[in-house]
Every structure is written in C-alpha cells, then in structure tokens.
Design a protein around this ligand. Sequence first.
Ligand SMILES: *Cc1c(COP(=O)(O)O)cnc(C)c1O
Length: 444
Amino acid sequence: MSNNELLLQRSLAAVWHPCTQMKQHALDGLALPLVPIARGQGVWLIDFEGRRYLDGISSWWVNLFGHCNPQINAALHAQLDELEHLMLAGFTHRPVIELSERLSALTEGKLGHCFYASDGASATEIALKMSFHSWRNRGREAKQDFLCLAGGYHGETVGALAVTDVALFKDAYAPLLRSAATVASPDARLAESGESACDVARRAAADLELRLAREHEKIAALIVEPLVQCASGMVMYDPEYLRLARQLCDRYEVHLICDEIAVGCGRTGSFFAHEQAAIRPDFVCLSKGISGGYLPLSAVLTTDDVYQSFYDDTISRGFLHSHSYTGNALACRAALATLDLFAEHAVIANNRALAEHLGTRLSPLADHPRVRCLRQRGMIAAFDVLTDDPAFALRFYRAALAREILLRPIGNTVYFMPPYVISRSECDFLVERAIAALEDALMR
Ligand SMILES: *Cc1c(COP(=O)(O)O)cnc(C)c1O
C-alpha cells in the first residue's frame, strides 16, 4: 500500500473531518477523495507521492502569503525561542501589544481596543456579547436582539449560528438557537431589469430601515459581512449598502458589527472591506488571514466609546469573556509577520494588478452558455453554473483535483480565492485548468 493510501485509511478511521458527511469518503461510487498532504510550498500543496495541487482557495481563505512562507517561518522560529504562550489575564507580552497597536493604527485609532480569541466564531460571539453588555451597562437592558442579513455567515458555534443564515449549517441545530431577525440581502444578483447593484443596495437598506423603525429599542446590533457574503456563495454587493446601514444604525442607536473574518486583510482590494464604503463600524471581527493562515487567532476591534462603557469600579461591569489561548504569543507573532509582509511588499497595490489579471483571464467565461453572474471583488472571483445536477460541486471538485488544482464550489458557485503570492503564470494555470474542469464536470 502506498504512503498516500495508508494515511488516507488511518485518517478515515480516526479523524472526524469538518463540514463533511464521512460516508462520502467511502472508497466507492462518486466518492469525495480525501487528500493526504505531505508539505506545502507557496501556492502548492504536495502529497506523499509528489503529486501537487494549486491551492486556489487559500486553504479555506486563510493563507495569504503561501504555505511555508520563509518570512513568517523565521518570525515563528524566533518567537519559539523567546515565549510560546502566556495567560493574558494579569500578564502581557510584546507580540500582543505590538499587534494591538498595529491593528489600531490600521483604523487610524478609531477602533483602538483589541480583544483576542482563537477562531472566527468566537470573534462573532465576543462582538455580540460586547454589544449587548455595552448597552446594558448604559441602562439599555432592552437591547438584546441582533439583526443579520439573509445569506449571512458568522460561524457555527451556537451563538454565532444564531446570526448565520445558511440553511445547510443551521437547519439541523435550529432548536438549539436563539432567534435573530434576518433582513434583506443586498445581493447584486437580485437586480431586476433596469436596476443597478446600487439600487438593490438601497432596496435592501429600506428593508433594514423598516425593521429598525419598528424594533430598534430591542436591537443591540446589526452584523454584516462587508461587500461579500462568502459562505453563502460569494454573494457580492454595492458599498452603498454599508453607507446606508451605518446611517441607519446611527439614527436608531444600534451597533454595526463588520465581520471581516473572510473579507479583511486585503482580500477585497483594501485592508478592511468596509473602507470601500468610507465608514467606521462599532466592531470589526478579524480572523482567517490575520495570522497568514498559520495559527488560530481572531480579534475583535472596537471603539473607545464601547470600551468606556465597561470601564468601572465594578467587576461585573467589565467584559467577562476569556479563552485559554487568548492573545497567544506565537499566533500574534505570525500576525505581525503577516502585517510586515503587507507593509514591505505594497500588497494592496500589487493585488490590484493581480486581481485585474485574474479578471481578464476569467472574462471569456462570461460568454459560456452555462455560466451566469461572473463577478469579482479584489482577490475573490466567482461565477454560477447553470445545471440541475445535484452532484455538480462534487464532480467539479474531483475534476479540479485531477487537473492539479484545489477549487471547492459552494453549491453551483465556482469561486477563486488564491493566496496573494500567486504568480501570473500560476494564475493562468489555475484558470485554464478550472475551465477544463468545468467542461469535465458538465459532461457527466
Ligand atoms: C469563516 C468565517 C467565520 C467563522 O470563522 P471560524 O474560524 O471558522 O470559526 C465567521 N464569519 C465569516 C464571515 C467567515 O467567513
């Protein structure tokens, strides 16, 4: 038995893989292949037999500067020899201080208080709890509810799932969840004839206003994924929605939480996606790319106004939340090395040219008879495939792997979210192979 096969069998016996019907990995029929990987290098993942795969989705949207990035590796080696971890209650350390200062600087000091956790869902939970508790500390106990967008995704723990609107993740656990109200998504694909994406955004904002006018006394916060609702299929929308949502949240005294877990860190063309609407949220959630895809880390940035609402002589008015690994020194060091790469390589500007190249290569697909809504925002590109095959995503995924690329459609939406270090020629390779995989998948 080959190394690959042996590891595959051991994994299937002992590892329960995420977001997976394990029976689909059974080694017969139209099976989902489980791929053991030996090592990574730049945009490539390499298995135990030397086969390689171009990581076209940045390993679930986390990897920004390639696998085994020499600069991040070096920073982590140095940190390992100094301090690996330390409880953050009563103690502090250089990496967490520096990271907090640099994140604050990225918001021009407007979101200058940084709270840490280990994953995205926890960041969502923290933002929700902080918003609620902040209102309560100000005597607004009635503000206990949250608004979220149709098709929004904010994580899968019980609290985060309550503000998520993706049926596949939510339906099975619905009885466990606190209910949250869902307002219209500004999804640009909902444009009726003669309508622009901006019109759709205004229409969705009108729906938000109706809800706020009626229920604002009970609503603590609105949570949104700025510009792209990634998990429900790279749903893109006009920044006008964020501008209007900010105005409405101000008018009705409701916090605005921008969940930048997927779209932050330069993914959409600016460091934070919300910058493209020239607004400031009350909370920003960051995770995924912040550590360069190296270590679990998340952060919630908030304003001095929120911070001051907790600042008091009474312990119970403080923010009562902790994780064992809060502010982990290695993860913070990986994040600092990641921010160094942004600064040293003019990443945001370079990504603009790279995104344009990707868009040009994908553009012929606009005329493909089975392709709809080819769309792009920075380093995220997507299209919908016209098919009634319920196994399309699986078929495409397999066809892509056979052609040395890792792309994992969401339903009938094929998307590209490559690491920022992808070269022009690797980008061409990715698109060429993706188009071939599309033909394979459609042929059945
Ligand atoms: C991935 C994601 C999360 C959850 O992050 P985890 O680390 O997987 O818990 C939350 N919100 C958005 C927008 C995400 O894309």
